[in-house]
Design a binder for this molecule. Structure first.
Ligand code: IPE
Ligand code: IPE
Ligand code: MG
Length: 238
């Protein structure tokens, strides 16, 4: 299914419950979640989506038990190591959003090298949100403005957007949250201003091309008005 979606953002939630329902440790759920993430990157590319942002680890996820945080990081390191060649060859440019300064120097270095290897690709921009929090991102952007002595007269919505981690991307058209929770959990607070929000009870490891197509079909039925009237924008749902 082709889509009108330029930027799809996903809160990949429900790994822990997926595992617990089958009597497995939570980390097994994260492992299956990583597999679902691999699939969705290919599916997004096949549907001509240009930007895909995946929420992998929030600034609040540090509050989880230490074993889970450590397990998640070793999984992510493995994912990067195993996937980078394939992603490079399939035209995917990897980006990371979030505050990387809290990571070990080794992980920061691996991430930088990975980003460098795929930087010339343009088929799909994959942004992985790592130690990402929308509030933290906004505070870091404000600090940057102040440290550079930017005058209040020069602060506009456009100029502020260029200071955010997502400055290289348009705002998301569609946000999908799996796992049955109806909340944003500190994801892309600025960027979601006019995004269509889709919540599904499907747990992330079970999310596949069919559930993606359901979300895309739902998006296709929305009329995006951006503050205008239905008559002004025309088309879509009345
Ligand atoms: C999402 O799955 C993955 C991360 C937050 C890293 P969860 O681990 O939050 O799964 P549930 O919500 O506990 O089922
Ligand atoms: C949001 O999921 C973060 C990620 C998917 C990485 P959480 O499971 O951490 O969100 P809450 O705590 O239920 O709001
Ligand atoms: Mg969760």
């Amino acid at each position: 299914m082709q889509s009108r979606i330029n930027h799809l953002a996903i809160i990949m939630d429900g790994n822990g419950r997926w595992a617990q329902r089958q009597g497995l440790p939570r980390l097994k759920g994260h492992e299956m979640g990583a597999r679902a993430a691999k699939r969705i990157v290919e599916d997004a590319k096949a549907r001509s989506i240009k930007y895909l942002t995946l929420y992998a680890f929030s600034s609040e996820n540090w509050n989880r038990p230490r074993e889970e945080v450590e397990g998640l990081f070793s999984l992510m390191e493995r994912f990067i190591a195993e996937e980078v060649d394939r992603l490079r060859q399939s035209g995917i440019c990897i980006h990371v959003i979030g505050d990387l300064s809290r990571f070990s120097l080794r992980l920061q270095d691996t991430i930088r090298r990975t980003l460098d290897e795929t930087k010339d690709n343009t088929d799909l921009h994959l942004a992985i949100a790592l130690n990402y929090g929308g509030r933290d991102e906004i505070v870091r952007a404000v600090k940057g403005l102040m440290q550079n002595g930017v005058s209040p007269d020069d602060v506009t919505e456009q100029s502020f957007s260029t200071r955010l981690d997502t400055s290289f991307m348009p705002d998301p058209d569609l946000l999908v949250r799996t796992g049955g929770e109806w909340r944003i959990s500190n994801f892309l607070l600025w960027q979601l201003a006019y995004t269509e929000l889709y919540f599904t009870p499907t747990l992330w490891p079970d999310f596949d091309s069919a559930t993606l197509d359901e979300a895309i079909a739902w998006f296709g039925s929305r009329q995006r008005r951006f503050g205008m009237t239905g008559e002004q924008v025309g088309g879509g749902r009345p």
